[in-house]
Design a protein around this ligand. Structure first.
Ligand SMILES: [Zn+2]
Length: 187
């Protein structure tokens, strides 16, 4: 029998090893693979904070995915116009941030921050983390944890429908209303 690392991290890469450990610590149920919706429910149970996924039209200048954390819940918003496989990657990346419990301070910079942050009620939202193509350690960690989890869950259910739960409608409407900030400004 040949030993093979299940998650295949390069030896001697501390970030990769840490990510593997995080994923191992999730102890995803063996056997039938979870769908991404079931994964969120599972992570929510572990954290004792529900994780809701919702897809919506996000501002085109902003990130494709957002993790919005309120006092009681976590929301993962993903761009609804992405092809399913890309959408799943975006959601997994955000789940990576959730699993790693990344810093509570907003990390968005530049256009995404200017577009989104001023419109979000700070009393309602504790943190917003957007998917950016940055190379900060948190981004790399989220990306790697997300892809490791992606290898362990089912890709069968690639066309789920995620609707915005009633309690997240206010946030979602604010996000969606930023869809054409330039047009709105010049109106
Ligand atoms: Zn990210």
């Amino acid at each position: 029998m040949r030993w093979r690392s299940k998650l295949g991290a390069p030896v001697g890469n501390p970030l990769a090893e840490r990510c593997q450990e995080r994923v191992r610590d999730l102890r995803l149920p063996p056997g039938e693979k979870l769908t991404i919706g079931e994964l969120c429910a599972y992570v929510g149970t572990l954290r004792q904070r529900q994780v809701h996924i919702a897809t919506l039209a996000l501002p085109s200048a902003g990130p494709h995915g957002l993790w919005v954390s309120t006092d009681t819940l976590d929301y993962i918003f993903a761009e609804e116009r992405l092809v399913p496989v890309h959408q799943q990657q975006v959601i997994l990346h955000e789940i990576g941030h959730v699993v790693c419990d990344h810093d509570t301070s907003p990390v968005m910079t530049g256009d995404a921050s200017r577009l989104l942050m001023p419109s979000l009620d700070p009393a309602l939202v504790r943190r917003v983390m957007g998917r950016e193509h940055g190379d900060s350690e948190a981004e790399l960690e989220a990306e790697l944890v997300g892809s490791l989890i992606g290898g362990l869950i089912s890709t069968w259910n690639v066309h789920p429908t995620w609707t915005v739960p009633p309690e997240a409608r206010e946030i979602a409407e604010r996000l969606s209303s930023l869809e054409s900030p330039v047009a709105r400004d010049s109106a």
